[in-house]
Design a protein around this ligand. Structure first.
Ligand code: CAO
Length: 422
């Protein structure tokens, strides 16, 4: 048998609405409750489901049509079996037809139990897409609750509300500062714009926590100075950073979750078996983060040479695109400049970053001698993605790093001084 499915009463005084999506096509086999069309009114987006199983014979409507209650949507070819299954409730409802009945509930979106993660290929009605375009919202960032993973108008509204509640930047009004004095406008260069966008996105999407710690590097500094003297003849600058990179690589080998990335759905951790470190370099054009690869396999001298080369090329704009990709963890060292502690922003898709500040002499209590001794103390901070890393793990990371840095013999890849010709 054939049955026409008509638009039911939508309630709330809605009489004519636009069709924003036709989900079925002629020849489709559908089940009761499968969506036939999506309507877009001033007030809401609604999915109109089928009343029963069947095969779509004719589709009477198209996107953009206006439709009112009682209009035909599709005709369904219904098998005898499906007709028999539907017969009982139909009889019941026709018995009720003679009695006055309250307005039927307007069809509404039925959210799935939990929102699905954002997806680049999510289906959304033209109305939702139009609204997203007007508000410059990237739909691939919006969690979905619609049937069959569709992104609904409600999803978009929730996303906007979340952003307005602090999940995103409030637009700054245009201000004319000139009434208060002379000004000059400097457009941001491309590196600064891209860095700004990435940092904003990281700040909005990653729940950041920063763990602060410090290490006694007095003995390490003696080792570094001896090596520095040796290698100065060969014009290799031995700074503190390569020692730190070696110690960090060691901790990453011991605690691999710090060298990982979360998949976009947020339910799988991707652990990296290689140790590539992003090193923040301050350049006249802005911040650049070239990547030093396989840090665990190189010694301090090789790393010093590479660091000199890569930071020089970053400053003279000679870094290739490939050289800023693939880091599993980053270090931002401001120790050569100054400061005591700062909170770096995690560089996604990484999950943690170490911020290093300037070493200072501090009195440290010596238990054995019952006296304070002047020691070189390095302050540092570890910012991490709290979705991946627990506070306890972060504290273990910084404590282990302090342990390594306080004992240069425990850090692999530090050659002895006086052997620079080998
Ligand atoms: N404490 C004390 N002195 C330190 C130090 C520390 N933590 N770190 C470096 N120094 C010293 C170095 O040993 C060197 O001194 P010597 O010449 O006497 O040996 C001096 O400071 C200058 O070091 P450097 O900065 O040239 O070299 P580096 O290897 O420490 O760092 C690089 C290299 C490229 C990381 C650095 O030059 C740089 O650009 N840092 C800025 C990074 C940045 O902007 N981060 C912010 C990102 S978030 O906006």
């Amino acid at each position: 048998m054939t049955k026409d499915i008509i638009l039911p009463d939508l309630g709330e005084g809605i009489d004519e609405v636009d069709i924003s999506e036709v989900v079925v096509a002629e020849g489709d086999s559908i089940k009761a409750e499968d969506t036939l069309i999506v309507l877009e009114s001033e007030k809401a987006s609604m999915e109109i489901p089928s009343e029963q199983n069947g095969k779509v014979k004719t589709v009477y409507v198209k996107v953009g049509d206006q439709i009112k209650p009682g209009d035909k949507i599709v005709s369904l070819e219904i098998s005898d079996q499906d007709a028999a299954a539907a017969a009982a409730p139909e009889k019941e409802s026709s018995a009720k037809k003679s009695q006055p009945k309250p307005d039927p509930e307007p069809p509404t979106l039925k959210p799935t139990s939990a929102p699905l993660p954002p997806s680049k290929s999510a289906h959304a009605s033209p109305g939702v897409r139009r609204l997203a375009r007007e508000l410059e919202i990237d739909l691939s960032q919006v969690p979905r609750t619609g049937r069959k993973g569709r992104l609904t108008k409600e999803d978009l509204h929730n996303y906007i509300k979340q952003r307005m509640a602090g999940g995103g930047p409030a637009p700054m009004p245009e201000i004319d500062f000139s009434p208060w004095g002379e000004i000059e406008e400097q457009p941001l260069n491309k590196i600064k714009r891209i860095t700004g966008e990435r940092m904003q996105q990281a700040w909005n999407t990653i729940p950041h926590v920063t763990q602060y710690d410090k290490a006694d590097i007095t003995d390490l500094d003696i080792t570094r100075k001896a090596l520095k003297k040796d290698w100065a003849k060969k014009e290799v600058k031995i700074t503190f950073l390569p020692f730190l990179m070696k110690a960090v690589a060691q901790v990453l080998e011991e605690m691999p979750e710090f060298n990982s990335s979360l998949n976009p759905a947020g339910d799988v951790l991707i652990l990296k078996k290689y140790i590539h470190l992003g090193i923040a370099v301050d350049t006249p054009q802005g911040l650049m983060v070239p990547v030093v690869r396989d840090v665990n396999k190189k010694d301090v001298i090789a790393l010093s040479k590479e660091l000199m080369d890569v930071s020089e090329r970053a400053r003279s704009k000679k870094i290739k695109l490939d050289e800023v990709k693939g880091a599993g963890f980053s270090i931002s060292s401001l120790g050569g400049i100054g400061g005591t502690y700062f909170s770096p922003i995690v560089n996604p898709p990484e999950v943690a970053i170490l911020g290093v500040s300037r070493t200072a002499m501090e009195p440290v209590y010596n238990e054995k001698e019952k006296t304070f001794k002047p020691r070189s103390i390095l302050p540092y901070s570890l910012s991490y993605d709290h979705r991946v890393i627990d506070g306890a793990s972060a504290a273990r990371f910084t404590a282990r790093l302090a342990e390594l840095l306080s004992d240069p013999d425990s850090i692999p890849g530090i050659p002895s001084a006086g052997k620079e010709d080998k």
